[in-house]
Design a protein around this ligand. Structure first.
Ligand SMILES: CC(C)(COP(=O)(O)OP(=O)(O)OC[C@H]1O[C@@H](n2cnc3c(N)ncnc32)[C@H](O)[C@@H]1OP(=O)(O)O)[C@@H](O)C(=O)NCCC(=O)NCCS
Length: 374
């Protein structure tokens, strides 16, 4: 293959962005210049969502308005609820999320208005309704009654409430909130680039987010947090972990939750999420997954110098919180809607159609023969 071909666009800078950056001087992911871990320590998810969308942290009044808007948009239409009720119970919830956003696009009065203000309004609707749609499916497939959202609950609390019928203790909600902050945005990853590519033809935000969800589903991207849990379930007990991981490496298997296209010496989001994983494990009095976590991580670093990415600690954290494994990536979705939307708005503001070239390696020119001669 020619050196001119940048397979996977590796190392290629395709555009500018002011939304997020991994800053080498502090070795950290930053949103609008703020380190993600500082945001986790000092803000809730709604404040960070406001920052990513509006470029500045909100003051009290601005936050109140933002929170109110989100809470007022939570209700689903009858049509969307009926679509969810008709979905096969075996559907992957990522496909449910993708379909739900697509249906929202059919219903939204502003679907074709790509102005920044309309896009912000549509973002609020998608942001508020997607968790409600997912939670409704979560309940329905277990044969349980749907729980309507509550306006007096935060974004994180409300998701627990709609799934489980109650809000867990403060520290669990905080751990979930932190995971949402860490998942909210990560520059030109594959799903965001998908969203920007769709947007570049001047298509709409519902289409772009629908495509981004499909992209996030893959195990090399968001789907990794589910794969981490499958791996931990296969390992079963800490005593099995060393043998399991050594075997996996002998067999040249890809170990999910490790490695990253951008971070080569450790994902800056991991220490924060690892800390909250520990807190949740302590509350749940279940140290098994932490032990497995540490053994696998040590071998991956010692033998391969490959570090964990954020999906490694989020997987077992969500499991301990009580979520079904196939809901881990949908939780990523309800947070990343914010990052995708900011990128869609940025793409519209400075748009250039994304249309790369390919080196052709197919047949030479051929003449078409009549069907009777073939
Ligand atoms: C994320 C990922 C796709 C990045 O891939 P990339 O930048 O294209 O890097 P490569 O896949 O080319 O990896 C480089 C080398 O490290 C190895 N490697 C990378 N991640 C690995 C992993 N998770 N397990 C085992 N080996 C891994 C590759 O096999 C390759 O080895 P080689 O040079 O001997 O062939 C890759 O690390 C991966 O598949 N990780 C697992 C899935 C995951 O956790 N995704 C979530 C990302 S946030």
């Amino acid at each position: 293959m020619s050196d001119d071909i940048k397979k996977g666009l590796m190392g290629v800078i395709v555009d500018e962005t002011s939304i997020s950056k991994v800053m080498p001087e502090i070795n950290s992911l930053t949103y609008r210049g703020y380190a993600a871990q500082d945001l986790c320590a000092n803000c809730n998810f709604e404040e960070v969502a406001y920052l990513i969308l509006n470029k500045e942290l909100p003051n009290k009044k601005q936050l109140l308005k933002f929170v109110k808007q989100e809470r007022n948009e939570r209700k689903l239409s009858k049509t969307l609820l009926n679509v969810i009720k008709e979905m096969p119970k075996k559907s992957h919830p990522m496909d449910v999320a993708r379909t739900a956003v697509s249906v929202m696009g059919l219903e939204d009065k502003e679907t074709t208005d790509n102005s920044p203000d309309a896009n912000l309004r549509k973002t609020m609707r998608i942001f508020a309704k997607t968790p409600v749609a997912l939670a409704a499916f979560y309940r329905l497939r277990k044969g349980k009654k749907i729980i309507s959202p509550k306006k007096n609950l935060s974004f994180a609390e409300n998701f627990f409430y709609m799934c489980f019928g109650k809000v867990p203790q403060k520290d669990i909600v905080k751990a979930f909130d932190v995971s949402l902050i860490l998942y909210a945005e990560h520059s030109f990853n594959v799903s965001t680039f998908t969203a920007r590519t769709i947007t570049s033809s001047l298509s709409d935000i519902h289409g772009a987010i629908t495509g981004a969800i499909a992209s996030l589903k893959g195990p090399l991207h968001g789907g990794a947090n589910e794969e981490v849990m499958h791996m931990m379930n296969k390992i079963k007990r800490p005593e099995n972990a060393l043998k399991w991981i050594n075997n996996a490496l002998e067999n040249k298997s890809v170990v999910m939750g490790f490695g990253h296209r951008v971070y080569k010496s450790g994902d800056s989001r991991v220490p924060t999420m690892r800390e909250y994983f520990g807190k949740v494990a302590k509350i749940k009095k279940d140290k098994k997954f932490e032990k497995i976590y540490d053994i696998v991580e040590k071998v991956m670093i010692d033998r391969k110098n490959i570090h964990p990415n954020v999906d490694y600690p989020t997987g077992p954290t969500y499991h301990l919180m009580g979520f079904d494994t196939d809901f881990f990536t949908p939780i990523f979705v309800i947070s990343r809607i914010i990052g995708w939307s900011a990128h869609i708005i940025e793409q519209h503001a400075t748009n250039k159609l994304i249309r790369p070239l390919a080196a052709y390696n197919g047949s030479h020119y051929r003449k078409v023969s009549q069907i009777k001669d073939r």
